[in-house]
Design a protein. Structure first.
Length: 151
């Protein structure tokens, strides 16, 4: 049985898809780079706000399950570690975050440059076509069940 209601899932998918499409089509819609950056921040905030009800709905269940097992929660176990071990435990997370941010920057640049190349080739609204596809994929991701719900 899915942990999310169909209505909230559909709303989150619609908002995420629309925000993603808008985010990637902005070079066709807003000429000023600074304004485009602020609009991207706004669309990201809207997409995150749309997903918060889902995060809040699933978060307490994971904590209750850990407490029911009798084992200390991850946060309790982490707090009990000495400072040196905390640094060692966090180092891989920092490395993964850094690599992810770098990869995201590379992909974002590639998407933008591809749109610029389409514009140079004379395509009308060169960023918007691919942006609609990216939005459709991002919205469709909401309908994939998490592994815990596939029992």
């Amino acid at each position: 049985m899915p942990s999310r209601t169909p209505t909230s899932r559909a709303v989150a998918a619609l908002v995420t898809g629309a925000a993603t499409a808008l985010h990637y089509s902005l070079p066709d819609l807003v000429a000023d780079r600074r304004t485009r950056g602020w609009v991207k921040v706004g669309t990201t905030a809207v997409a995150v706000a749309a997903s918060l009800p889902e995060v809040r709905r699933t978060w307490p269940g994971g904590q209750r399950q850990q407490a029911a097992d009798g084992a200390p929660s991850l946060a309790q176990a982490f707090r009990a570690l000495p400072a040196a071990r905390k640094a060692v435990a966090l180092a891989p997370l920092v490395a993964v975050a850094g690599v992810t941010a770098g990869w995201l920057a590379v992909v974002e640049r590639w998407i933008f440059r591809r749109g610029q190349a389409r514009a140079a080739a004379g395509k009308r609204l060169p960023h918007t076509g691919p942006a609609l596809a990216y939005g459709a994929v991002a919205g469709a991701m909401w309908f994939i069940e998490p592994p815990a719900d596939r029992r």
